[in-house]
Design a protein around this ligand. Structure first.
Ligand code: ADP
Ligand code: MG
Ligand code: MG
Length: 251
């Protein structure tokens, strides 16, 4: 078992106008084989948490620690985080001109593992994953993110996840803009990765809809840069029924 541990994390967002504290002391502990849903109203700092974990330069950690099995994640470069086994979808460029999905995935896999995957098994696995995600085989020869629809981007994200086999994945609003069929396929892809490799998932979402397909072990409600409440899956049901008003009033 591996553990990703976030302790009293404080993060500022840095803009031209100066910096502003967004995360004000986050504590979270995620083990492999667990799914934690991070929920909360718009602007509560969910994406800031994802960006800070990704090492995005705009998001400055001003206090606290993030460790993976005791190793200091915040001291790692973006590449080192990936090598250590943390998958952050948003670390990848929006468009990679002239680089096909196949080559991109193989290059990423080689970088993460430190050696190229065996071509035969790799090719087989890639087509099996694509089939499971109901992706057209032609998709593999398209350029990364060039003209991808919202749904294709998400499927590509999950395809990366299945091929790279990280210990942990931080998925920010993977459910946004997906129709019900795509949502189900993408969710099945996440569940499959969890079953096959014991993936630990930080599932960031505003809506409870995706939690009908991916059952979280823990639910954390982020409000105003802090975890306002944590609970089991029943907390998501409560949020579905009551919304975030209760937390906003308290904040
Ligand atoms: P969420 O993902 O929960 O909707 P965010 O983390 O995106 O929330 O945003 C939290 C707060 O930080 C918001 O008030 C938002 O306006 C601000 N913020 C986040 N990123 C930036 C940025 N790059 N520039 C300016 N403000 C930002
Ligand atoms: Mg604090
Ligand atoms: Mg967000």
């Amino acid at each position: 078992m591996s553990t990703l541990k976030i302790n009293d994390l404080h993060v500022d967002v840095v803009t031209e106008a100066g910096s502003k504290e967004i995360l004000r002391g986050i504590d979270l502990e995620l083990n492999t084989n667990e799914t934690h849903a991070i929920m909360g109203p718009n602007g509560s700092g969910k994406s800031t948490l994802a960006y800070a974990l990704a090492g995005h330069p705009r998001y400055e950690v001003t206090g606290g620690t993030v460790t993976l099995d005791g190793e200091d994640v915040l001291a790692m470069s973006v590449d080192e985080r990936a090598k250590a086994g943390i998958f952050l979808a948003m670390q990848y460029p929006v468009e990679v001109p002239g680089v096909t999905v196949t080559n991109f995935l193989r290059t990423a896999k080689t970088a993460v593992d430190g050696e190229a995957p065996k071509l035969r098994t790799w090719t087989k696995e890639l087509s099996a994953s694509m089939k499971n995600l109901r992706m057209d085989p032609e998709f593999a020869s398209r350029n990364v993110n060039e003209g991808f629809s919202g749904g294709e981007k998400k499927r590509h994200e999950i395809l990366q996840l299945q091929m790279l086999k990280p210990l942990f994945a931080v998925l920010d609003e993977t459910d946004s803009g997906l129709d019900v069929d795509a949502l189900r396929i993408v969710s099945e892809g996440v569940n499959k990765a969890k079953e096959e490799t014991g993936l630990g998932v930080m599932l960031i979402t505003h809506y409870t809809r995706i939690l009908n397909y991916i059952t979280p072990d823990r639910v954390h409600v982020l409000v105003n840069g802090r975890v306002a409440e944590s609970g089991g899956p029943e907390l998501a049901d409560r949020l579905e029924a009551e919304g975030y008003d209760r937390f906003l009033v308290e904040a």
